[in-house]
Design a protein around this ligand. Sequence first.
Ligand code: FO1
Length: 322
Amino acid sequence: MILALAGGVGGAKLANGFAKILDPDQLLVVVNTGDDFEHFGFPISPDLDTVTYTLAGMNNAEAGWGLAGESWEFMNALERLGGEGWFRLGDQDLATHVMRAKFLNEGQNLSDVTARIARRFGILHPIVPMSDQRVRTVVETETGKMPFQIYFVRERCVPVTKHIHYEGANEAVPSEKFAAALDRDDLSSIIICPSNPLLSVAPILALPEVRGRLISHNAPVIAVSPIIGGETVKGPAAKIFRELDLEVSALGVARYYGDLLDGIVIDSKDAALASSISEVGPQTLATRILMQSSSDQIQLAREVMEFSKLLSRRDDRGVGET
Ligand code: FO1
């Protein structure tokens, strides 16, 4: 069984690649909820929705969020009434937020709500939030502290980042399915998908004991770099790495994750970094990691699984001992 930790767009794509080649009982996708927020009274869970819509094959691939073929009558009517329009809620997407609000108000937890919605989208592979408790990514910038969506969408990631907080993480616990997966000794690998390390993966690692349990787990922990050739594929990871004095490269990603990783998958164009990366610790697989099609997603998922088997064999033989 594979445990995949995913955030936004890149995470959803690789999770989709795994979903295409694994049975539902061989995969668990754990999703970041640090981006969640309340908007017009609706509980918005962007990364859960991006993963759900992507596995349902209904995602808007151009935007990287929301549903394909959306209409915007609700937003037009909202703005006519003077409502804020910076966070776009499509007419079909709105139904997801309405039903999530309804289910949560009935007292269901976010894991159960997510499962109900995913099932309605015909998804058989389990998608779970990292936690059922509230964790909020807050970006501290030179112009003040702001909630994630204000920074990411309204301010378009322009403010200079000074520090990122994951409010509530210390008081939260991993969701039941996430915790159960960490207790399994038949995990073949734990994959950190190519999501923003600081915005999409860090909230998951900030949950108590998660980092320690990943490190001590017998399954290899492998990250796929979200940075290729010094730039992010999508989103502000490169800018934030620069602002936080982290090297903007796959080596910087390896250093950021540190002793958590047994392996890292980098793009072929970054292959020269492999020796420097091995000094940080992880083994390196250099291959094509840009996913521009469904077949790219499947190909990368397969290669990551092969890489994981190689690392497990090395561990068994003790060759990988440093
Ligand atoms: N991102 C934007 O850049 N602009 C938007 O108007 C926007 C609306 C939106 C609505 C629902 C949803 O689930 C996601 C939405 N996102 C939007 C993306 C969202 O901010 C990001 O997906 C994550 O928070 C980061 O991965």
